[in-house]
Design a protein around this ligand. Structure first.
Ligand code: MG
Length: 384
């Protein structure tokens, strides 16, 4: 029985993880949940799963949840809050596995603490790896615990890498749907609305990641994530647009063989893979190969997707530039959704923040978070 910590339990990855626990009660149970701001959902989850600890974003929300649990006669669930609360969740002595799915860098401390406590981590949060990948992978190596990618592309790569040695890797090919604007005429990009950008062709996801898919900044973050997770250089990672989102990614080996991973577009599959690794439990997530008529691949165009170019540039510089790429994007996406900047303003803002970012390599989580705050402030100043 693996006792799970779910950081980000009320988000879509968190809920999918709980549906896996529901399906495999003999394999998994819930030790603790970090639930953020959704008290209603946190209450329902606490009642259903009876974790030992639940963490909410603020003291006020934690107080509200504690009162509701008491009123409902639910005992034995400790309610904590804030960053310290997420760390309590992720380092719980009885926990065996941590699913890191808090969006943004707010899950960073808890993820780092989990690795230092010797707990294997299933990582759905790419921002952590982009901002602090060197620190997290060093902690994992030091404690000899795996970081198992839940991001579908990296999960696919992880699977394809099981058949070859590290020095046999030629290229890691990350596939991308290309988003809703793959064929939109370039002169219309400036007038793209949030409503248009929020319609993703193949995956149903959160708001920021959906916009990041439309700009392909998401794929850029994944390039950086791949470099860190698999210890390869940016020149060993390439992106291929694959509108069907059926091949989740590929690994090309030095002998010319290319291995691909194909499955349904359902996040429960990579979550189950990470939870069960190195086993493969039987699941009902079957893929209908006979229904697959064709697979298309095309090279992405950096003129159409300037965010992707910026990400490769940041990947080469590493450190503060990767942190700034992620931080500036989050601020710019919020501004776009609030109709304060045009769609094309997202890449412009990131490019200007990167140009203002001195090259440095923060070595601690607090230095990473400081660089993150600095980049956010610079982005906010540029948008006003
Ligand atoms: Mg992905």
């Amino acid at each position: 029985m693996k006792r799970l910590v779910i950081l980000g339990s009320t988000g879509s990855i968190g809920q999918s993880t709980l549906s896996i626990v529901e399906q495999f009660p003999e394999r998994y149970s819930v030790a603790s949940l970090a639930a953020g701001r959704n008290v209603d959902e946190a209450f329902a989850q606490a009642v259903r799963w009876r974790p030992r600890v639940v963490s909410l974003a603020t003291e006020e929300l934690a107080g509200e949840l504690a009162a509701r649990l008491k009123q409902a006669g639910v005992t034995g669930v400790e309610v904590v809050h804030g960053t310290a609360g997420t760390v309590v969740c992720s380092t719980l002595p009885e926990a065996d596995f941590v699913v890191s799915a808090i969006v943004g860098v707010s899950g960073l401390e808890a993820t780092h603490a989990a690795l230092l406590a010797g707990k294997p981590v299933g990582l759905a949060n790419k921002e952590c790896m982009v901002a602090a990948g060197e620190i997290l992978t060093a902690a994992a190596r030091e404690r000899n615990v795996p970081i198992l990618p839940i991001d579908s592309e990296h999960n696919a790569v992880h699977q394809c890498l099981r058949v070859g040695a590290h020095n046999e890797i030629k290229t890691i090919w990350l596939t991308a749907s290309g988003g809703p604007f793959r064929t939109t005429p370039l002169d219309q990009f400036a007038s793209i609305t949030p409503e248009q950008a929020l319609k993703h062709p193949t995956w149903v996801m959160g708001r920021r990641i959906t916009i990041d898919s439309a700009t392909m900044l998401n794929k850029g973050l994944e390039v950086i994530e791949a470099c860190r997770l698999f210890d390869v250089t940016p020149s060993q990672v390439r992106v291929m647009i694959h509108p069907q989102s059926t091949v989740h990614s590929l690994v090309e080996y030095v002998d010319g063989s290319i291995l691909a991973q194909i499955s349904v577009t359902d996040m429960r599959l990579p979550i189950l893979y990470a939870l069960a690794y190195p086993e493969r439990p039987a699941s009902s997530l079957t893929f209908d190969l006979a229904a697959l008529k064709h697979l298309d691949f095309e090279q992405p165009d950096f003129a159409r997707f300037p965010c992707l170019r910026l990400a490769f540039e940041a990947a080469e510089k590493g450190g503060a530039h990767c942190i700034a790429l992620n931080a500036a994007d989050e601020v710019a996406v919020d501004a776009f959704l609030a109709r304060r900047i045009p769609f094309t303003g997202i890449a412009d803002t990131i490019e200007r923040v990167l140009a203002l970012t001195p090259e440095s390599h923060p070595e601690t989580i607090s230095a990473v978070l400081e660089a993150d705050r600095g980049a956010r402030a610079r982005a906010a100043e540029l948008i006003v």
